[in-house]
Write a protein that binds this ligand. Structure first.
Ligand code: ATP
Ligand code: MG
Length: 342
């Protein structure tokens, strides 16, 4: 039904909350690049989400431009995709407020990311961290986006977005006004794990630098982190089933598969019986070969921040042209008086 009413359109975003990781690259950016040309694509640097936890203002500006540089260096073409930072398009925050009034507190209480991020500190975290998923719903729905490529950890938030869309449509009697966006969670690396603990996700805001590979790490650092990655003493199995209960081994095999555009089955076909002492250097070489050209290009782009800002401004103009009419219609549906816009 969604497809009949709404033009296929991709939206996704990444927070400029620190250096980007291999998880962000494989679970998000690389897949964003692959979706260009398949349908209309809108990619965002979600700076308003970043401040749900404290960000030093100068660091936030740097991380915003660096994330934009990563998108560009990895192959996002700003003439084919709309690329911008969220805070330049006020409609996200405006629709986010309406969704705060549509979403229920009980729904937010079920969000596992909030529980993970707040931990024992529940009473002290920002209200923004709690309300984050309704702003994320607004990010997607302000464009009437139908497809949302994300890592596995964001599935629950996209499902919540669907619930918010459905409740808005029902409450206001506007069937199909907001689409039911599909989370697109595909490929061998939808959840890249922490190199020191294979039961935890690799995150840019994780505690130790040794637990993640950063997109800007040099070849020696990447090799060292992979060499020191936690593993078990057994050789690699010959089937994917043999990776059950071996989270660290599974993670390294999945990373290899994603970096080589292959599958875990094919990787095990090549490496069955190998010890990690043999497999890890191959993985390190592969990771360096794939990441180094991107980090070199990122560094080049960062030499000219004004050019990055120009691209983000151009993207924000394109984004506003889609978002503002949808916000006007939403305000009218809600009953806000806006004589000038309607
Ligand atoms: P933070 O720790 O600040 O939450 P993050 O590394 O989780 O940072 P986000 O900006 O929250 O990054 O997420 C951006 C995108 O990257 C999302 O689509 C998310 O699902 C994806 N992603 C994040 N970490 C991983 C991972 N380890 N494996 C696969 N995808 C990931
Ligand atoms: Mg995250």
């Amino acid at each position: 039904m969604t497809d009949a009413v709404h033009t296929p359109r991709v939206f996704s975003g990444i927070k400029p909350s620190g250096g980007l990781t291999l998880g962000n690259y494989l679970g998000a950016i690389k897949r964003f690049v692959d979706m260009q040309g398949e349908m209309e694509t809108i990619y965002c640097v979600v700076d308003m989400h970043a401040i749900t936890v404290w960000q030093d203002p100068a660091d936030l500006k740097h991380a915003t431009r660096e994330l934009a540089a990563a998108y560009l260096a990895a192959g996002i073409d700003p003439t084919r995709s709309t690329l911008f930072n969220q805070s330049q398009v006020a409609a996200h925050a405006e629709l986010g407020w309406i969704f705060n009034c549509v979403a229920r507190v009980g729904w937010m209480n079920r969000m596992t990311q909030f529980k993970d991020k707040a931990g024992k500190n529940r009473e002290k975290v920002s209200l923004g961290l709690y309300a984050y998923p309704s702003l994320m719903a607004a990010d997607i729905l302000i464009y009437h986006a139908t497809h949302v490529p994300v890592g596995e950890d964001q599935k629950q938030h996209v499902e919540l977005t669907r619930d918010i869309a459905a409740k808005f449509n029902t409450d206001y009697g506007v069937p199909d006004f907001f689409p039911q966006p599909e989370p697109i969670i595909e490929g061998p690396a939808t959840r890249v794990m922490n190199l020191r603990d294979g039961t935890k996700k690799m995150s840019k805001s994780g505690e130790s630098d040794m637990e993640r590979i950063n997109m800007t790490d040099d070849a020696d650092t990447i090799a060292k982190k992979i060499r020191k990655a936690r593993t078990d003493p057994d050789p690699l199995p010959d089937t994917v089933k043999g990776l059950d209960d071996r989270p660290e081994a599974r993670n390294l095999v999945e990373i290899y598969a994603a970096l080589s555009d292959s599958t875990p089955d094919a990787v095990l076909g090549e490496f069955a019986g190998a010890q990690f002492g043999q497999f890890k250097p191959k993985l390190a070489d592969l990771a360096v070969a794939k990441l180094e050209p991107i980090s070199t290009r990122m560094a080049d782009l960062m030499q000219d921040p004004a050019e990055i800002d120009r691209i983000l401004t151009m993207g924000a103009d394109k984004a506003r042209a889609i978002a503002d009419p949808i916000l006007d219609r939403t305000y009218d549906i809600v009953g806000f008086v806006r004589p000038r816009q309607i």
